[in-house]
Design a protein around this ligand. Structure first.
Ligand code: ARG
Length: 564
């Protein structure tokens, strides 16, 4: 049921000679004010071809148009406004969602093609930052969106587990570290060593050489280096896993940078065969001047490979293993240049599929005005943020619903959900600051607000003693409040496709907020539980809302407690 398309078809019957169906569909707008109806067609575009004023054209179309779903039309200046038949449309929309349940809105655009999604990808031996949280939750939401539109997402955690920093870490551990301390508090201790290394290296630059030498050993497979590195990696992963468990996120692959160590030589020789390497002060680079980019660094003068080299190897590996039609990299926008270079080098190598690689960038989050930086050891730990959110959620539950069962579990779902939702409701490119108190509010445009709205809708159904509604055509609604809800249900399929096309989970979050707001207005103004000829239909609408809010939230990776 796509009423916009139906109206577009009726318009097309009148405007066949002037406009394509799709053009008409794109021109149709949603009026800002309810008194202007449900859809509006602007007639400006036609003025030139038809040699008439837009207002006259709107009037002419009004006279000719005929459609069984249009209740009435109205012209306002250059616009032709449409008021639709609420009863008929609500009947069709409710039947459709009751029939399709959690598949409502799913379409097959992707034919099951693989889409590798490079997401999360924290650096081992360092705390996971807010940036990695963003990558994790945006990547997860995109995977869910891709699944709904028929693709097969492959969630890849491309761990930052290789590079000169591990040489530095090994060297720092050997100088100032102890096994006991690392075991007791792995990431904190490894971070301390890393920070110490940088402080000491400022005084004594020869330490840098030592660090580099250790990395070289690591790359060459030196046993001591490998043993320490493996241990640091395992300890780090175990800590990351806590966060992933709390977020309820799984990965299909943990192949990080280290996995590509033995695939580096072949990348370098491939570049060489294709005559793309230039020697610059002992380092091997690929010149990218014609792309207006800085050269890509492939191999340092000491022979060590770089971030770029590993990303090239990873891209080749993914193409070969997943035969993707698109590959996504959910990484902060500060790495935009890196991904431009990556694509440029792949193009230079002659791979057309370089165009199918998409960097999906996002902005920076700060908490209480502070950036989360690791270099100087100033960190806000992600786990602490989640703990704080859960404990604030618990306070609110104690206040609002002290007799609730499983309070702790619900508080975790609400607190963690609040952080995730907050992260996803903003356009991903926006930078923003947050305070945890504002994130965990039960009112306003928050995750808890949406969760709470759904729990409230469920409690209405419980009062009515209903938990299932057959998908029939017997429901129909006519009031304005129901209508606003029906329209948002009807818009969901199109919303999903838009979220996919723009790689933008905030579109789903906004849908959840709008649906919650429309539902709460409906419930404040319409007596759902009173005896009334539309009672059954109103309850069916409440049920549909619980289903769709669940879909919205689960796409975003936010849990849906039935009571809170
Ligand atoms: N580990 C990197 C960092 O934290 C992010 C990796 C992103 N993915 C990639 N294929 N380069 O900055």
């Amino acid at each position: 049921m796509d009423y916009k398309m139906l109206v577009a078809e009726s318009l097309h019957d009148v405007l066949k000679d002037q406009l394509e169906l799709n053009e008409i569909n794109q021109l149709l707008e949603k009026p800002k004010y309810a008194e202007h109806g449900d859809l509006a067609f602007p007639a400006f575009q036609l003025a030139k071809v038809l040699r008439k004023s837009p207002a006259q054209i709107a009037k002419d179309i009004e006279e000719k148009i005929a459609s069984p779903i249009i209740e009435k039309t109205q012209t306002v200046g250059p616009y032709l406004n449409f008021f639709l038949k609420k009863d008929q449309i609500s009947q069709l929309v409710l039947k459709e969602i009751l029939e399709q349940k959690d598949q409502y809105g799913s379409v097959n655009l992707g034919n099951g093609q693989n889409v590798p999604i490079d997401m999360s990808s924290p650096n081992i031996a360092k705390p996971m930052s807010m940036g990695h949280l963003r990558s994790t939750v945006i990547g997860n939401a995109l995977s869910n969106i891709l699944m709904r539109v028929g693709y097969q997402p492959v969630r890849i955690n491309y761990l930052g587990d290789w590079g000169t920093q591990f040489g530095k870490l090994i060297s720092a551990y050997k100088k100032w570290g102890s096994e006991e301390d690392v075991r007791a508090n792995p990431i904190k201790e490894l971070l301390r060593l890393y920070v110490t290394f940088h402080e000491e290296a400022e005084k004594d630059p020869s330490l840098e050489d030592e660090g580099r030498a250790w990395f070289k050993k690591l790359e060459d497979g030196n046993e001591e280096a490998i043993t320490l590195w493996t241990w640091f990696r395992e300890e780090s992963l175990a800590e990351f896993q806590n966060v992933y468990d709390r977020l309820n996120i799984q990965f299909d692959s943990y192949k990080g940078e280290a996995f590509y160590n033995d695939k580096m030589d072949s990348v370098v020789s491939l570049l060489d065969q294709k005559n793309l390497l230039t020697l610059n002060q002992g380092a091997h680079i690929v010149d990218l001047e014609k792309y207006n980019l800085n050269p890509a660094l492939i191999k340092k003068s000491d022979g060590a490979t770089l971030y770029m080299t590993r990303d090239l190897a990873a891209a080749l590996y993914r193409k070969e293993n997943y035969d993707f039609s698109q590959a996504l990299y959910v990484v902060g926008q500060e790495q935009s240049n890196h991904f431009k270079q990556l694509k440029a080098v792949l193009s230079e190598m002659g791979y057309e599929w370089a165009d199918h690689i998409h960097h999906v960038p996002f902005g920076l989050i700060t908490k209480d005005g502070k950036k989360l930086s690791t270099r100087k050891g100033k960190v806000v730990l992600l786990e602490e943020v989640l703990n704080e959110a859960a404990s604030l959620a618990l306070n609110q539950i104690e206040e609002k619903n002290p007799s609730l069962e499983n309070k702790e579990t619900v508080a975790e779902q609400v607190g963690v959900g609040a952080v995730v939702f907050h992260d996803l409701k903003n356009d991903r490119l926006n930078n923003f600051d947050f305070t945890i108190e504002e994130v965990v509010q039960f009112e306003g445009e928050t995750g808890p607000y949406v969760q709470y709205t759904r729990a409230r809708a469920l409690s209405i159904l419980k009062k009515a003693g209903k938990d299932a509604f057959p998908a029939t055509e017997s429901y129909s609604l006519t009031d304005q409040y129901s209508w606003e809800v029906v329209k948002l249900i009807q818009e969901f399929p199109e919303t999903l496709v838009r979220a996919y096309k723009q790689y933008e989970p905030s579109i789903i979050a906004k849908h959840a907020i709008h649906l919650s707001q429309a539902f709460n207005k409906f419930y404040a103004n319409v007596r759902v539980l009173d005896e009334h000829e539309e009672k059954e239909s109103r309850l069916a609408l409440v049920f549909a809302v619980t289903e769709l809010l669940k879909q919205d939230l689960s796409i975003l990776g936010v849990e849906t407690p039935d009571q809170m």
